[in-house]
Design a protein around this ligand. Structure first.
Ligand SMILES: CC(C)(COP(=O)(O)OP(=O)(O)OC[C@H]1O[C@@H](n2cnc3c(N)ncnc32)[C@H](O)[C@@H]1OP(=O)(O)O)[C@@H](O)C(=O)NCCC(=O)NCCS
Length: 217
């Protein structure tokens, strides 16, 4: 990849301004200190920490400040794009999404996310993931999105399948969490993948004897 193309991909990330995208119920915004209190309240929750790799517990105000400093650095380098998900009806913070390891050369990125406990099972995760996918493919020019999920995280696996990602395989001892090796399940979506409705996709997978929706061990 030429230096010019790399600069172009990076400048697309840096050119984004809040609100970055709107869906019927949500806005995707760049992190801002005004949400720090809500970030701390929603992330100080074991049900988030259990399934994610880098979020500390307990989650304190200092962690939100450190996150804010880190995201600015990653955004300037165009390697990361963290987003907060805000409900349009009342301005409340619903969760956080992020594109990590944005790789302009291979036109790929990894997506990570959490939805605060009071807001789960209301379709917000899917609405936000679909918006982030459109952003990645249409506005940032990426071709592949990947997500990595700990075995047993049924909610995350279901969300990915509902949003058109496919199960691609299992990486053994891919990471260490709490000093212990943990496997990761890889889900991927390509820009040109046909979009299927989630229920049909899951049904087809089951009837085709495909990989389990959410391997547990
Ligand atoms: C994973 C997570 C983001 C899902 O967010 P959400 O807003 O509750 O998801 P949605 O309501 O949009 O649901 C999306 C799909 O997943 C399914 N789903 C959601 N939670 C589920 C659960 N606990 N078990 C089974 N299916 C579930 C929904 O039924 C829906 O499928 P459908 O569209 O076919 O009906 C949320 O549970 C979370 O933040 N968990 C903790 C942090 C985490 O695991 N992050 C991901 C790390 S890889």
């Amino acid at each position: 990849m030429t230096a010019t193309a790399r600069r172009d991909a990076a400048s697309r990330v840096r050119a984004l301004r809040s609100p970055i995208a709107r869906t019927p119920r949500l806005e995707l915004v760049l992190p801002h200190r005004r949400y720090a209190g809500e970030v701390v309240r929603l992330l100080n929750d074991r049900s988030v920490v259990r399934w994610t790799l880098r979020i500390p517990f307990p989650y304190r105000a200092a962690d939100a400040t450190a996150f804010y400093a880190r995201w600015r650095k990653g955004w300037r380098a165009a390697t990361n794009l963290p987003l907060l998900i805000v409900r349009r009806a009342d301005g409340r913070l619903v969760g956080g999404f992020g594109l990590h390891r944005v790789d302009p050369e291979h036109r790929s990125a990894e997506v990570g996310y959490w939805i605060g406990r009071p807001f789960r099972r209301q379709g917000y995760g899917r609405e936000a993931l679909e918006a982030v996918t459109r952003l990645a493919f249409r506005r940032l020019g990426l071709y592949r999105l990947e997500a990595r999920v700990f075995p047993g995280n049924a909610a995350s696996s279901a969300l990915l399948l509902a949003a058109g990602f496919r199960y691609e395989g299992r990486l053994r001892a891919a990471v260490r969490k709490g000093g212990r090796p943990r496997d990761e399940l890889v889900y991927g979506r390509l820009r040109d993948d046909p979009v299927r409705s989630s229920r049909r996709a899951v049904g087809r997978r089951a009837s085709a004897g495909g990989p389990p929706v959410a391997p547990t061990k």
